[in-house]
Design a protein around this ligand. Structure first.
Ligand code: GLU
Length: 505
């Protein structure tokens, strides 16, 4: 077989916001495509109109735009194999259902929802398969004339795949190795519905993977049970040669306990399970998103990539380019990946600290504007650089640095009690005079001057510094004190000292 160009797809159903697990699936597809120089497609699987949710596709597109995960083809960019929305491909599928019917690998089933319901009620674990289909109303049990008459009369029907029992079906999975399933456990899944003239997920998914020349199907573990049916469909349609390779990714597990990560875990433990905030169009309910919580997209990508894969050398911090180089499906884990929210925060902190101060300032500016604070970009840049080690999220920058922009409106009571001594006012008054004469006013020179002065006077260095910090910042935290004096400048420093003396006496 000649080597085909790698083509992978992300194929979400627009039934709501994209779960973070779906983002990981897309990311792995993206890494694989970029590494192999292949194509990455976005296909919207929207054949189930009942579950369609308005705005979901836009949400998906916006999520990937934010994360920098790009598609070469698909809904959005377009491409030679379009359209890429299944609802726009309606005329494509029918012929394949017909091909299967002609080959007797599928059949018409006329059972009404009521009949099926009744059957399910009297037979526990009822499954429509080789053991039951001859008791049902379908083209296998009805005389051919009756089937023809029903079809001509416009009766509702579905097309079901005919699965022969007792056969071992083999799925080759790049992560799990060979997975075998006995066909007897599979049911005769519906492939096509007359009611809306639309294929179900299974048929549409296979037909499109084939027509779009997909070489690898990389998707979540929840689709593993469908894989044997998909293997059969490839065979039934005569496409075995073109069957993609499968890779079913490990489940994302709850932070603690058993089972898969759910939105409820996020709500309960206080973390988002969606990339962006989502507002339910029906209920108006809002679910938090990583973007709105203040995550940097590069941190989210890095964190997600390591949920189920690692480069094997203990490395954690990786840029997208590095991950593209190092990624391998063979190194993905089979067992579930535990979701660790503290780790997500850790990654964000790492990326934030490494961010260039200018970039950080640009992220900080809108938060300052919200507070009607105008400051030159260079100033914001300097402040961001001084406090970034103290925050996990951009939105925490204000809390750590407000005193660089506005003088303290009040002084933290506890700090005052502890740090404002009987002689603090007198001492700071002296210090203000010292500052007045100080030139240049950079952190280093100022510190030298102040240290020499403290020594010559025999003052307690801690007491002086604590009182000064209280005067400048209104509290006991903040970066190195002389970085503060340098940044806010001589005039402001002296003004704040005088204000503290006047207020605290
Ligand atoms: N439409 C399916 C989903 O929502 C696609 C599964 C697959 O990748 O085959 O995830």
């Amino acid at each position: 077989m000649c080597e085909r160009k790698v083509r992978v797809r992300f194929a979400p159903s627009p039934t709501g916001p994209l779960h973070i697990g779906g983002v990981r699936t897309a990311l792995y597809n993206y890494l694989f495509a970029r590494q192999t120089g292949g194509d990455f497609l976005l296909r919207i699987e929207d054949t189930d109109s009942q579950r369609f949710v308005a705005g979901a596709e836009e949400y998906i597109t916006e999520s990937f735009r934010w994360l920098g995960i790009t598609f070469d083809e698909g809904a959005g960019p377009g491409g030679p194999y379009g359209p890429y929305r299944q609802s726009e491909r309606k005329p494509v599928y029918r012929q394949y259902a017909e091909r299967l019917l002609e080959a007797r690998l599928a059949y018409y089933a006329f059972d009404t929802p009521g009949e099926l319901e009744a059957r399910r009620n009297d037979t526990p674990n009822f499954q429509y398969d080789a053991s039951t289909r001859l008791q049902m109303r379908n083209s296998l049990t009805l005389p051919p004339e009756e089937t023809a008459r029903l079809l001509a009369s416009g009766a509702q029907y579905v097309v079901r795949i005919k699965i022969e029992p007792g056969e071992t079906i083999r799925v080759h999975d790049l992560i799990r190795g060979e997975v075998t399933v006995n066909s007897s456990v599979l049911d005769d899944k519906v492939l096509f519905k007359a009611a809306d003239q639309l294929p179900t997920y299974h048929l549409a998914n296979i037909v499109d993977d084939y027509l779009m020349k997909i070489t690898h199907v990389i998707r979540g573990e929840e689709w593993l049970p469908s894989a044997p049916l998909h293997v059969l469909l490839y065979r039934y349609l005569g496409w075995e040669e073109a069957m993609p390779q499968f890779a079913h990714l490990p489940l994302l597990l709850k932070p603690e306990g058993n089972g898969k990560l759910s939105k409820r875990d996020g709500d309960r433990l206080g973390f988002p399970v969606f990339p962006l905030e989502w507002k339910d169009p029906k209920t108006g309910e809002r679910s938090p998103g990583y973007r709105e919580e203040g995550y940097l997209p590069e941190a989210v990508n890095n964190f997600l990539a390591l949920l189920g894969w690692n480069p094997g050398d203990g490395r954690e911090m990786m840029s997208m380019d590095e991950m593209v180089k190092l990624f391998s499906l063979e190194h993905c884990n089979k067992s579930g990946a535990r979701f660790d929210y503290e780790k997500a925060k850790w990654f964000n902190r790492q990326y934030l600290v490494r961010k260039d101060n200018r970039e950080l300032a640009l992220l900080f500016l809108p938060l300052l504007e919200e507070r009607h604070i105008k400051a030159p970009l260079e100033y914001v840049e300097k402040v961001a650089g001084l406090v970034k080690e103290r925050v996990t999220f951009v939105k925490e920058l204000w809390e750590q640095s407000s005193f660089f922009f506005i003088p303290p409106a009040a002084y933290d009571e506890k700090t005052v009690k502890k740090r404002w001594k009987a002689d603090s006012a007198a001492c700071l008054a002296e210090l203000a005079r010292l500052f007045r004469a100080q030139a240049p006013f950079d952190a280093h020179s100022t510190e030298e001057t102040v240290k020499a002065w403290i020594e010559s006077k025999g003052y307690h260095p801690g007491n002086v510094m604590n009182a000064l910090r209280l005067a400048l910042a209104g509290e006991s935290k903040g970066p190195h004190i002389f970085y503060i004096t340098e940044t806010i400048g001589k005039e402001e420093t002296i003004k704040r000292i005088q204000q503290a003396i006047a207020t605290l006496k």
